[in-house]
Design a binder for this molecule. Sequence first.
Ligand code: BGP
Length: 472
Amino acid sequence: MSVQAPHLFPDDFLWGAATAAYQIEGDHLKYGKTLSVVEKNMNKNYADPSIASGHYQYWEKDIALMKELGLKAYRFSISWPRILPNGRGKINQEGLDFYRNLINKLKEYEIEPIVTIYHFDLPQCLQEEYGGWSSRKVIDDFEAYCRVLFTYFDDVNYWLTINEQSNMFQLPYLMEFNPDIPLEKQKYEMNHIMTLAHAKAIHLCRTQLPNAKIGPALGIIPNYPASSKPEDILAARHADELRTYLFMDLYMKGEYRPFVWNYLVENGIEPTIEPEDMACIKSAKPDFIGINYYQSRVVKYIPEDADKKELKLNYDGKDDDTQYDNIPGLFEGMTNPFTQKTRWDWEIDPIGFRYILNELYDRYQIPLMITENGLGTLDELTEDKQVHDQERIDFLRDHIRQLQLAIKDGAEVWGYMPWSFIDLLSTSSGFRKRYGFVYIDRDDKNMKTLERIKKDSFVWYQKVIASNGSRL
Ligand code: BGP
């Protein structure tokens, strides 16, 4: 019997685009909003979040552009300190109204809102009060914040609990740590607490919005072995265990993987687990997993007595100066001689996209949604106000092709939300590193006009959506 494998994008495929609150809204200390941790830690040489992309003022213009682009879905995040300026308790009506109007307008234009509950922006007041994610107190506050969202935005069908939980292990500016407690120990404690908060959000959603779909958004970097040396093959597996499957197994199976748990115990960095924790996590199975995919990585084995290296990113996009981190005795990251890199040294690897989608779908058999994928680069505005971002078109086209192949391979994928809809404040590199389909006329130093200018990629993506992915 011959079986026809479906390999084109399904008719209801959610062609979208993504952003996050602190990276686009601006007005970060106005209209009742208070400071978040990620805003406080933003590099002072970058554009600050008081303006960002000016979306709080220009949101209607932005949604009109989404309609023109033909978006079927829009992923954005709600800012916790805009809804609850004290982290809990009194609700900021202006904040609620802002997101209510946004959602109403999206619905009017038949654009499906995909809402991220937490995208790195913990209210700073909770950090100061009890150490933020290091304290179990945050779980109740997060749950109360979710209750507000599920109550006032009960017409939202898709929710993302926490964005890139894995990144707090890599990117120091996303979190604050207590200098008196060993860093690694703290990270795994926080990870456990965050997983519980994520689980509580799912349980609450099941009660309040039984028809909604909810899941986490995880930043995924597949690890390739540097060679066919058995030690390197195992090193890549170990990197995947600690950087990807730790989180995936917690979300999907409610378990710590034995390799990971042994590693934590042997190093005295295992989190504190209270009696009901694992049952709570296990019973909170997501409906789908959001995947943020930008790059792959190569790792090699390094012996136990090697020097410890921390990850140092190339922040300015000028020099090839990324330093990959390691865990002596397990693995060390290195550059891939077979892939191109972005200016910021991120490996460009569309095939890795197909590979990891297959890998995740095979392991977990859960629908996937691409919640981020995109190219951060310099974009030049020409004298006649155009942006010829062919590099971005090539990047996205190559990734969409591989996405299509992954679907053909059998992965169930609900949608594709490239990062980002408009240019925004890159957390690691400010406004110089642009991702959008829409150029925002500003740079790190000058506010300029904040005019919205459609890039070539806008026109290209419009055709992709209109043809349901058949015209790439
Ligand atoms: C992801 C984040 C986004 C966005 C993106 C690009 O990790 O979820 O918020 O920032 O990466 O990263 P960057 O801004 O550092 O270039």
